[in-house]
Every structure is written in structure tokens, then in C-alpha cells.
Ligand binder design. Structure first.
Ligand code: PA5
Length: 407
């Protein structure tokens, strides 16, 4: 299902105990049915779903949607777009203009219901929807939040919005298999059942106590070993541009789970071959601070052959008839050989096919490996105390300004 390859010996590590993770794939049949029904309604009535959320409340959905929908256009008739993940006024202004000739549904996702970025964006968008759709706005706004608490929950109750629940014991960056991820993913036309099946298979496979047969433990142990040897940066790399947002999700998962108490690998990402022409020089030849983890999907659904030309003006006829995906895979093999020769440790994660099932499998694999990894570092994988620091300072400044305005 998933092959992990790093030739170092992981046998020296003892199994570490981590909490049970079954509830991370937390969606009952009734909930799944409700999500699919709303997704069908969105596909019938809208051509844009605006997802408002930040961090773990949008990155998972965006990762899956980008990985599994076409590069150009959409899989269903619904384009999923995002807001509430930045504080740019220009972004919001242009967003509203973009929505003007579209039929719009909104899904606001916030577990706490108090995060500034989505809260501000929702304030603007709520007003826009009410002005545009009047009473019908209530039907077009969907809220995903905690079952019991938070301002967003109160607003949803008061306004009568349909609600979906992020379970209290599942943190944002681990929430892609809950309604937080599943609703936008389903609306985009992706098979959420297959996505969850992949995750459930991974959950069961990575319970295996034989380390040599458990890729999640092998990956976590290998990165811990490299960290202990002084490597400070892990570079996640893949060769398919549509995986860029999956990289972003991985970066947040590991960054927020491990980077605390002055510990942790810095998670960074590259997309090849594009970035070989940007950062490739540094990887091959720069400071020896990093190791690489390559993700490879063996089968990518669409492909194209290099055409033969009579004049062979560009001298590329030796590649005529070969598939682009095959050439891409060969470039991966070339990268591994070159980077290893340059002294960069390279780990490989290989899956058979880029589809909903395997993306679900891979994301659960990373979630499990992340929890093991943080446990090895002796940090709590589930909190993010450092994120509060900027919020506190920003609020102090904003409140100071309010005082100044009223003076
Ligand atoms: O992983 C996390 O817990 C965070 O990234 C949160 O998802 C992010 O801060 C958004 O929080 P909330 O969903 O409460 O708005």
C-alpha cells in the first residue's frame, strides 16, 4: 500500500506508546450521509463554495481538493475557493467582486469559533450574503465548529445555520477526516467514502507492532535519528505540482506539532522539477543541514506522449514516444542519485496511485508518524502554545488603536 524506503537501521528503536488515533477518522454514517446530501445540494445550486477557515480548518480540505481535481477547471461544477486564511483587505475586496456573477455557498470552519482571520472574513461575507440573498442566505451558509461552545456556535444557533461538528478531541491539523475536511472535499466532487476507506486502512495497518513492517514508525524513527545527528531541516519533495497544498498541510502538521520547547525539525517543502531550478543548487551543494523526503505516486491518471518531429530541431527525438509521467519518474530517480551523492539523506514514500483512497491513506500515515515523532521528542503533538504569542501582541496593538481613535 505504502512503501517507505530509507536504508538505515530502525531496529535500534523501541516501540513508543502513543494515544489511540481511531477517533481521528470520526464520521458516523448519518453524518456522512448529511455531508453528502449538502454536497449534492451545493453542486445543484451553486458554482462556488467559499470555505472560510485558517490553519487546520482549511489546509486539509485544500490539500485533498488540489491533489485530486484537475489542474484547469473543476471536477464537479463547483469551484472551491478560500478566505479567512489571511488579513489582506485587497484579497477580500477582490473576492467579493469575483463572487458577484456566481451562485455562492459558504462553509465557515472554525473549531474555537474565535480565530481572528476567519471571524473577520465571515463578518464581511455574512453581510455580503445577506445583502445579496436576503432570507435565502441562511440556507447558503454552513457552519462547521464545536458541538457546544464558541462564538461561531452561538451565531449559528441564533441565525439558524446548518451545522457540522468538529469533535472536541480532534485538533485542527488532525481534522481532515471530520466534517471540517469532508464537506468541502465532497462538494468538490471527490469520493469521500474512498478517502475515508484509505485512512481507515492506514489506521489498521499502522497498529502493527513489528517496526519493520510499520512504515509510520520507520519514518518517525528515521527522521528522529537524523535530527539526533544534527540535521535541522526536513525537505518534503514531490514531482506533481497538484501536491503543493498537501505539502502545506504536512508543513503545518509537523511544524505545529513538533516545533516547541526549542526542539523539532524545520519542515520545508519543494515541488520538483520546478524547484530544482530554484533551490536545487542549495540542496545539492549548500550547507549540510537538510535531509529530503520524497513522495511518489506510481500511477497518475493522465499522461501525454512526447511527439516525434521530422526535423528534430530541438534534438529531442530520442524521447519521442516516451510518456511525460515516465520522464518525470526518471527525473525523480536522477534526483535521488544526485542528492545522495551530494551527501543528502533521502527517504522515499511510495504509493501506487494518486486517488482519493491513497491520499486518505497517506494523510493518516503522516498524522500517525507525526504523533510518534513528537512523542520521541518529548513534546505534546496536540497543542500550539507558540501561536498565541502573535495573537496576544496583535490584540494589544488593536485595542491600543481603538483607545487612540476614541480619544
Ligand atoms: O491545528 C490547529 O489547531 C490550528 O492550526 C487551528 O486549526 C487554526 O488555528 C484555526 O483554529 P480554529 O479552527 O479554532 O479557527
Amino acid at each position: 500500500m505504502l512503501k517507505f524506503d530509507y536504508p538505515k537501521n530502525v531496529q535500534q528503536f523501541d516501540m513508543v506508546a502513543i494515544p489511540d488515533m481511531k477517533h481521528y477518522i470520526d464520521c458516523s454514517m448519518e453524518e456522512l450521509f448529511a455531508i453528502q446530501q449538502v454536497a449534492n445540494e451545493i453542486q445543484e445550486k451553486a458554482n462556488v463554495l467559499l470555505v472560510i477557515g485558517v490553519g487546520g480548518s482549511f489546509l486539509g480540505a485544500r490539500a485533498v481538493i488540489d491533489a485530486l481535481t484537475p489542474y484547469f477547471g473543476t471536477k464537479s461544477n463547483v469551484e472551491v475557493i478560500y478566505a479567512g486564511n489571511n488579513m489582506s483587505g485587497a484579497y477580500l475586496k477582490q473576492l467579493l467582486a469575483y463572487l458577484e456573477d456566481k451562485s455562492v455557498y459558504v462553509n465557515v470552519v472554525s473549531k474555537s469559533g474565535t480565530t481572528m482571520e476567519p471571524a473577520l472574513a465571515f463578518r464581511v461575507v455574512k453581510q455580503y450574503m445577506e445583502n445579496r440573498y436576503a432570507k435565502e442566505a441562511v440556507k447558503r451558509i454552513l457552519v462547521t465548529t464545536d458541538a457546544k461552545k464558541g462564538i461561531l456556535k452561538q451565531i449559528a444557533d441564533q441565525e439558524g445555520y446548518r451545522q457540522f461538528v468538529i469533535p472536541a478531541d480532534v485538533g485542527g491539523r488532525y481534522s481532515v477526516f471530520t466534517p471540517a475536511g469532508l464537506l468541502p472535499i465532497a462538494a468538490s466532487g471527490i469520493d469521500i467514502q474512498a478517502f475515508l476507506d484509505g485512512a481507515r486502512q492506514a489506521e489498521s495497518d499502522f497498529l502493527n507492532e513489528n517496526i519493520l513492517e510499520n512504515a509510520a514508525y520507520q519514518y518517525a524513527f528515521s527522521r528522529f535519528e537524523l535530527y539526533s545527528q544534527g540535521y535541522s531541516l526536513e525537505l518534503l519533495a514531490s514531482f506533481e505540482p497538484r501536491l503543493k497544498k498537501l505539502h502545506e498541510w504536512w508543513k503545518q502538521l509537523f511544524g505545529e506539532s513538533e516545533g516547541k520547547e526549542q526542539k523539532g525539525l524545520y519542515p520545508s517543502t519543494v515541488t520538483f522539477s520546478t524547484d530544482l531550478h530554484a533551490i536545487g543548487q542549495f540542496i545539492q551543494d549548500g550547507s549540510r543541514i537538510l535531509f529530503e523526503t520524497l513522495i511518489h505516486f506510481e500511477e497518475i491518471e493522465e499522461d501525454i506522449e512526447v511527439p516525434f518531429t521530422l526535423d528534430d530541431m530541438d534534438g529531442l527525438n530520442y524521447l519521442a514516444g516516451r510518456s511525460m509521467n515516465e520522464i518525470n519518474a526518471t527525473s525523480k530517480d536522477g534526483v535521488v542519485l544526485a542528492h545522495e551523492e551530494g551527501g543528502v539523506p533521502v527517504m522515499k514514500i511510495c504509493l501506487s496511485k494518486l486517488d482519493a483512497y491513497h491520499v486518505g491513506y497517506l494523510m493518516f500515515f503522516f498524522m500517525k508518524a507525526c504523533v510518534i515523532s513528537a512523542t520521541l521528542l518529548e513534546v505534546n503533538p496536540f497543542d500550539q502554545p507558540g501561536v498565541e504569542a502573535y495573537k496576544k501582541k496583535m490584540l494589544e496593538l488593536l485595542k491600543e488603536n481603538v483607545v487612540n481613535i476614541h480619544e
